[in-house]
Design a protein around this ligand. Structure first.
Ligand SMILES: [Zn+2]
Length: 122
């Protein structure tokens, strides 16, 4: 069994093996808290949440070992898929489609843009 196992169909959620307790796994959600990630371990719940309040999100100090391990494994797992998509993109038309799709995704997920789009339609 791998130290980090991604939840089937949920590429940003993983179960990460405990380093100190054999057989125990911690649940990590990499997307939560604006991509800082959250974990159900004691270190995250006690220390990292305090660090978030002091330092803000997405710092090394705001992520427990399990979140960092899941982020590292994520790149190994999904990096090749992204590389495949980008390689496909180098061939021309496909690139423009992916860039357009990415821009549309960003636009649809931005509250400011959503408001602007709503005003345009009204
Ligand atoms: Zn943790």
């Amino acid at each position: 069994m791998k130290a980090v196992e991604f939840v089937a169909g949920e590429p940003f959620r993983a179960r990460v093996a405990s380093r100190t307790r054999a057989g125990r796994r911690h649940f990590v959600d990499l997307q939560a808290m604006e991509w800082n990630g959250v974990c159900d371990c004691e270190d995250f719940q006690c220390n990292r949440v305090k660090a978030i309040k002091r330092k803000g999100l997405r710092k090394t100090a705001t992520r427990c070992w399990h979140i960092l391990a899941a982020r590292n494994a994520w790149f190994d797992e999904f990096g090749p898929l992204l590389a495949f998509i980008l390689d496909t993109d180098r061939n021309g038309k496909q690139l423009r489609l992916w860039v357009k799709a990415a821009r549309l995704c960003v636009r649809l997920h931005s509250p400011l843009q959503r408001t602007a789009m709503g005003k345009d339609e009204a």
